[in-house]
Design a protein around this ligand. Structure first.
Ligand code: KIV
Length: 266
C-alpha cells in the first residue's frame, strides 16, 4: 500500500471508497493494523482508559501521547498517523503550537482536537503552520464533565443545526478531516454531504466517509464490561488478531459495518 496522505484520503472520499481508521498505541499493533490495510492509525487519548485504566481520558499528558506516537511510527507500514492533543493541551495558542510540534516531531501526520466552532482559530493557526487538523465533534470525551456523561449529541434540532453550521465553519478554517462521535445517523449523513473534507464516524451510522473503532473494543477486550452500542467484536469467528483487523477493514469497505443497530436515531 502506498503511503496514505491527506490527499489520498480526500481522493477516497471523492471516489466514494470508505476510509478505515483504528486506534493504535504501540509498534506491534501499528505494524499489524497497517499491514491489514487500515489507512489511518489513531493514537487516541482513549489510551488513558484502555491502557492506563483511568475512568476518563482527562489524566493523559502530551508527553505520554508523544511516547505512544513514537512507537506507532516505528511499526507503521504506510498508514497516516493521527494523534489526539489531550485534555487542556490546546487551551491557548502557545500551548497548541508547542504541543502540536511535540507530537508532529514524535511522528504524527495530523493532530486531532475536540470541540466545535470555537476550534476555528486553532485550526487556522495550525494549518497555516503546516499541521493538518482533524476536528472531533459530537460526543467529545474530554468534555464529559460538561456533557454530563457519554451521551448521543445532536438529537435536538437546534443542536443539530448548530453542529452542521460548525462543521462548515471548521472546514472553512482549514480542517483536513472531521470525526463525528455518537451523533444520529441522519445528521452525520447531512454533515458528510455538506463538507468536502473526509468525515469519519464512530456511532454515527453508515453514511460517513469512513469508520473508526477503539482497538480493544473491536477485539472484544474490556475492563468494565460495558460495551458501547456502536461496537462490533471482530474477533468473533476469527483465528487471530490480524484476521480480525482484516475483517474490520473488509466490513468497512463493503459497507457491512456499521449495521443499523450500531447507529443512533434522532
Ligand atoms: O481517543 C480515541 O480513541 C478517540 C476515538 C473514540 C475516536 O478519539
Amino acid at each position: 500500500m502506498p503511503d496514505i496522505t491527506v490527499t489520498s484520503l480526500l481522493a477516497l472520499k471523492q471516489k466514494g471508497e470508505k476510509i478505515t481508521m483504528l486506534t493504535c498505541y504501540d509498534a506491534t499493533f501499528a505494524h499489524t493494523a497497517s499491514q491489514a490495510g487500515v489507512e489511518v492509525l489513531l493514537v487516541g487519548d482513549s489510551l488513558g482508559m484502555v491502557l492506563q485504566g483511568h475512568d476518563s481520558t482527562l489524566p493523559v499528558t502530551t508527553s505520554e501521547m508523544a511516547y505512544h506516537v513514537a512507537g506507532v511510527k516505528r511499526g507503521n507500514q504506510g498508514a497516516l498517523i493521527l494523534v489526539d492533543l489531550p485534555f487542556m493541551s490546546y487551551a491557548t495558542p502557545d500551548q497548541t503550537f508547542a504541543n502540536s510540534a511535540m507530537l508532529m516531531q514524535a511522528g504524527a501526520h495530523m493532530v486531532k482536537i475536540e470541540g466545535a466552532a470555537w476550534l476555528a482559530d486553532s485550526i487556522r493557526l495550525l494549518a497555516e503552520r503546516g499541521v493538518p487538523v482533524c476536528a472531533h465533534m459530537g460526543l467529545t470525551p474530554q468534555a464529559v464533565n460538561v456533557l454530563g456523561g457519554y451521551k448521543v449529541q445532536g438529537r435536538q434540532e437546534a443542536q443539530a443545526r448548530q453542529m452542521r453550521a460548525d462543521a462548515i465553519t471548521l472546514e472553512q478554517a482549514g480542517a483536513a478531516m472531521i470525526l463525528l462521535e455518537c451523533v444520529p445517523t441522519e445528521l452525520a449523513q447531512e454533515i458528510t454531504h455538506a463538507v468536502k473534507i473526509p468525515v469519519i464516524g464512530i456511532g454515527a451510522g453508515i453514511d460517513t466517509d469512513g469508520q473508526v473503532l477503539v482497538l480493544h473494543d473491536m477485539l472484544g477486550l474490556s475492563i468494565t464490561g460495558r460495551v458501547p452500542k456502536f461496537v462490533k467484536n471482530f474477533m468473533t469467528g476469527q483465528p487471530d488478531i490480524q484476521s480480525a483487523i482484516s475483517a474490520y477493514v473488509r466490513a468497512v469497505k463493503d459497507l457491512s459495518f456499521p449495521a443499523p443497530e450500531h447507529g443512533f436515531s434522532a
